[in-house]
Design a protein. Structure first.
Length: 270
């Protein structure tokens, strides 16, 4: 079983990338489980025809953990992809990371952490204990950073590198950096910048995803690009990403760079 996690700054297109990656992997005949680890609960929406599925945290609050069954928390979406949303606390109360912890404990209890590939879609603005759990507890073994060429997106990616570096020495943790995914915003020299950032943190850019209008078209039609426009160039990009992830053997302990170096790098390209 291959367990991968996509981390990145909020709003960078992590969930869109995750859903399209899962859809492309499922087209290879693989059994896929996608777990949304973000309180926004939108990771799996395009795999579920636009439906927001109940989150584990909401169900724990309303029913109680002891009363939950596997069918309460796991939903089958596009092409048989199993979908789970961890959710979070009520606004202004509690820790969002608790939703991830509760979700993993329940999935383990039901023996549901299985399949050919598990895709964890994780918020990466801050890598607190809860959000770091997929890495810290040995669930996610390959971490992919989703970033653009924007400075704050790279800053968040660099912070996640620090977390991977720190956690990679733990006995229980098996996490390594699998690579960087550039989800482009259309900046000049953006691909070059992200490729150079990847090199400096001891990794590679595994895929460049160009900005394309078909992504928004697919989303307003409540589908992934893979489902909405399978013959499009953008769908081929996501299929390429799926192939590279499945064939990836270059896993590394990252070497995060200092903020001054990151800013200097950004000035050089932007």
């Amino acid at each position: 079983m291959k367990q991968i996690a996509l981390y990145g700054k909020g709003g960078i297109g992590k969930s869109t990338t995750s859903a399209n990656l899962s859809a492309a992997l499922s087209a290879r005949g693989l059994s896929i489980l996608q777990i949304g680890c973000d309180p926004k609960r939108d990771s799996t929406r395009m795999l579920m025809q636009g439906k927001f599925i109940p989150t584990v945290m909401d169900l724990v609050r309303t029913k109680g953990e002891a009363a939950l069954s596997l069918s309460d928390i796991v939903f089958t979406g596009y092409n048989g992809i199993r979908c789970v949303e961890a959710g979070g606390p009520e606004p202004g109360v509690g820790c969002a990371g608790r939703g991830i912890i509760a979700t993993f404990h329940l999935l383990e209890k039901f023996g549901a952490l299985d399949g050919d590939v598990i895709v964890y879609d994780v918020l990466g603005d801050v890598v607190c204990g809860g959000f770091a759990m997929p890495m810290r507890e040995g669930y996610a073994q390959e971490i992919y950073l989703v970033t653009s060429g924007e400075l704050m997106s790279l800053y968040a990616a660099n912070n996640i590198c620090k977390a991977i570096q720190r956690l990679s020495s733990r006995v229980k943790s098996k996490c390594r950096l699998g690579g960087v995914i550039c989800n482009a915003r259309g900046q000049p020299r953006e691909e070059e910048l992200v490729a150079e950032f990847s090199r400096r943190v001891n990794s590679t850019m595994v895929q460049y995803i160009p900005r394309a209008h078909v992504v928004q078209q697919a989303e307003v039609n409540q589908q992934t690009v893979i489902e909405y426009s399978p013959e499009s160039a953008q769908a081929e990009v996501y299929r390429s990403l799926a192939g590279r992830v499945m064939g990836n053997t270059r896993l590394s302990v990252p070497t995060p760079i200092e903020t001054d170096e990151l800013e200097s790098l950004a000035r050089e390209f932007i």
